[in-house]
Design a protein around this ligand. Sequence first.
Ligand code: ATP
Ligand code: MG
Length: 588
Amino acid sequence: MRWTQTFIPTLKETPADAEITSHKLLLRAGLLRKLTGGLYTFLPLGLRALRKVEQIVREEMDRAGALEVLMPALQPPEIWQQSGRYQTARDVLFRLQDRARREWLLGPTHEEVVTTLVAGEINSYRQLPRNFYQIQTKFRDEIRPRFGLMRAREFIMKDAYSFDVTDEAAQISYRKMYDAYARIFQRCGLKTMAVEADTGVMGGKFSHEFMVPAEAGENEVVYCDGCSYAANIEKATSAAPKPEIRNQKSKTEKFATPGVLTIEALAKPPYNVPADRQIKTLVYLVESKLVLVLLRGDHQLNEAKLAGVLGTAQFRAATADEIFAGLGAHPGSLGAVASALERRTPFRPEDQKRAEPEFGVPKIYADEALRGATDMTTGANEDAFHWRNVSMERDIVVQQWADVRLAQADEPCVHCGRPLKIRRAIEVGHVFKLGTKYSQALGALVLDESGKQQPAVMGCYGIGVTRTLQAIIEQCNDQDGIIWPLSVAPYTVCITPLSVSPESEVMKLAEKIYGELTARGVEVILDDRNERPGVKFKDSELIGFPVRVAIGEKSLAKGEIELKPRAGTLMPVKPDEVADRIMDFLRA
Ligand code: ATP
Ligand code: MG
């Protein structure tokens, strides 16, 4: 390709609304342009790189035995009603109407469509296992589209769905995808870590996310250098060091704490109660019932874990008014000491009318780190009062103990005891064992070997193809621009003649090398622009072609031209050796 024949609108200045490096570089290198927030046009170079990522994904999915299909992006709402996600995924669904005012959805994902396909086509274990995949545009009404392709309204995903008769077979399908993902990201030149991920209400061990470590990432990963443990912070566990065991003082004691509304305030004089000696009482509304969640004062709640424990993601923090109506005190003075709660029940009927929630003694969940804790301090459920000398086991009626706290850096790893680390990361892929939720709801039933009808056991596997492309740039760059891995570079070699008049020796040689490399199957761009050398060099570095061949009069007079790998040092080479040298470099 000749530079003047394609379209590469590089920018000197960074567009104001690009916040992270990769987003800036996508725009500055002329790969991408914004239509409006969350919607982008791929320009010729960007599209070339994108197609390469897609091709790597396709080859590895094919190699793993998955079958490529293409499903409609436009979907009928009925199948979403059948699966229940018309309600639960309501927020991300783009909905539209046809001329007859019938509703349609733009697919954010395709479990419903693929399961409907399988329900109609497959009915026996003999036809399984099957894994169908596609590379297709998805639509999501994200709360906050941002960072270019990272979180867009419209993006390209590779989504695959496996169907098996048994749980064990489903685990084999899962493993195949896990291994394929590792190869895909490696071939893309990306360093990723596979981390345990939240399985939501389903539980179990079969959910992994592939993460690209990066400050710009929206996820946090907890990992251990001592062993191979790594998990999304939503899922991560850690060992909580216990505060020193103190002798339980005989009786709980109420004391006045005027103006004290926070853990920090109670930790200060004159009270001096360390945060790890306090019980934090959080109040949530779950299906219009109040529940209390107790944590140690120095710990934070992990809402994803709480969702798993509650068995639903449909809950929210109660408002101060709801809390006061239910518990008789405001946030800052709440507590779960049994006697303080019992005082409130049965609840006065007139209060029932005031607020929606149902009252009564709320269900109490307590975090495992509080087990056996004594000599604790907590709110008295009476504004401006706290209790001290509280014993978890003696004074609080816990209905369910559970791990609901957020892991923190430097806490010991539960597997090897070394201090855990936390870093930010970009999720580029996700493998997930779904079980039978969709096959049951949408009737994908198969006869097993004994002739019994079973819902197929499913897995789903997503790669954000456009996000992966941007993650590559986020990981592979320097102050001058992108450093494309060979496998996904829009062109491999950029030939930069410093004079472009057709009669010049320089340009003639450039044409010759261009012809030679092209004939050998190398993807070459010839910078035939009549521009100053500085402009050409800057652009080729900004775009990040893996190899640059510069041809100038001065060095040519010495019988040399300059070969420079984007991330390496400049090497003078003889003109008739350059093609071989480049082939060596590409093979290495
Ligand atoms: P996230 O937590 O980032 O919103 P998700 O859990 O919603 O991701 P999945 O539904 O598992 O993502 O989708 C599969 C893959 O699609 C993700 O791993 C991610 O790489 C990509 N992806 C998801 N949402 C977007 C988006 N809005 N823009 C670009 N890529 C996305
Ligand atoms: Mg999402």
